[in-house]
Write a protein that binds this ligand. Sequence first.
Ligand SMILES: NC(=O)c1ccc[n+]([C@@H]2O[C@H](COP(=O)([O-])OP(=O)(O)OC[C@H]3O[C@@H](n4cnc5c(N)ncnc54)[C@H](O)[C@@H]3O)[C@@H](O)[C@H]2O)c1
Ligand SMILES: [Zn+2]
Ligand SMILES: [Zn+2]
Length: 364
Amino acid sequence: MATKIRAAVLQAFGQPLVLQELELDPPKAGEVLVRMAASGVCHSDLHVAQGTHPTELPVVLGHEGAGVVQEVGPGVAGLAAGDHVLLTWLPYCGQCRQCARGWPNRCENTAWYDATLEDGTCRFHSGGRPVHHYNTSSFAERSVVPSRTAIRVDPSLPLTELALMGCAVMTGVGAVLNTARVRPGDTVAIVGCGGVGLNVVQGARIAGATTIVAIDVVSAKLELARELGATAVVDASDGDPVDVVRELIPGGADHAFEALGRQETIEMALALTGRGGQAVLIGMAPHGARVGLDALTTTLEERCVRGSWYGSCVPLRDIPLLIELYREGRLRLEPLITRCGLDDVNDAFARMEAGETARTVIVY
Ligand SMILES: NC(=O)c1ccc[n+]([C@@H]2O[C@H](COP(=O)([O-])OP(=O)(O)OC[C@H]3O[C@@H](n4cnc5c(N)ncnc54)[C@H](O)[C@@H]3O)[C@@H](O)[C@H]2O)c1
Ligand SMILES: [Zn+2]
Ligand SMILES: [Zn+2]
């Protein structure tokens, strides 16, 4: 039997999400139905809403959720109704070459997850027509997700804060620990200190980086970056920050992270790296975007550029680590959060675009 739920639905690119009632089918094999407790609002949702990264419409966005399992589908082991779960946004097959090599974030068999569940169909419906999924579709009171994406957590932990681990924290901290493998004493620069970039800052502190330079255009973000571990901050609205950062990190950074997805800031990250340094691209550039690279310097100084997708995570290994860091007080989530209701989701997008919030979390 389908149940009625409320969700924020994207009907057309460039238009506000519409709050509407949908029908939600029960979970099929390998799926679980989750009652959402909280969902962060990520810039990736906004990229889809604006049509920069289009998907099938209509669609329920949201991919940074946490909640409580309400029903499990056939064949689901290890999860039961009542379990508290954190939702990761990338399923993986566990069978392909990349999964076998230990990189489930690079799984070759999850193209279906762009708009549907694994059998190619949708659990959301409206007026007899399917409404598409976008990863875990956490902008809905309830959602059906692949069971592999739901990680059981201690029910005494606050789900509002844990939700952030579903994307911003895993992406940011994972980029530092897993993708870049920052080591004690390394120097780090971060371009763009929003929900993801601020977690790169705290990841760099956790990894033992000694110089952590945060770059943004909003002074409140820079203050937050300092609070979370940046040793110096640079306001890019005062002019090109490359020379200033190179004074703070003589010779250039060992690691320069870009957490925006724009040509000019990616080129800035490339310019911030030093000998043997790497630029780590986290931001999602528009399709077809190209950047300029100084080829000779790259060769002579053995610099490199690499992408980081979902913090190169292995969810069952990394989520428990993040939770442990959080319990120890080394990973701080509360300073990032601005709370709102599902009805305020368009306002949350507007405030994110204006740079006013580090992370808005919808609390159901
Ligand atoms: N690679 C991945 O797996 C992954 C995962 C999640 C998000 N993302 C992408 O990461 C990017 C960041 O996401 P977010 O949710 O943190 O976004 P956000 O909007 O919260 O953060 C962007 C930050 O950039 C700052 N900024 C704007 N212009 C700037 C400039 N010229 N120089 C320096 N800083 C500037 C803003 O003030 C803001 O603090 C997005 O492109 C998102 O799609 C990638
Ligand atoms: Zn995200
Ligand atoms: Zn796979």
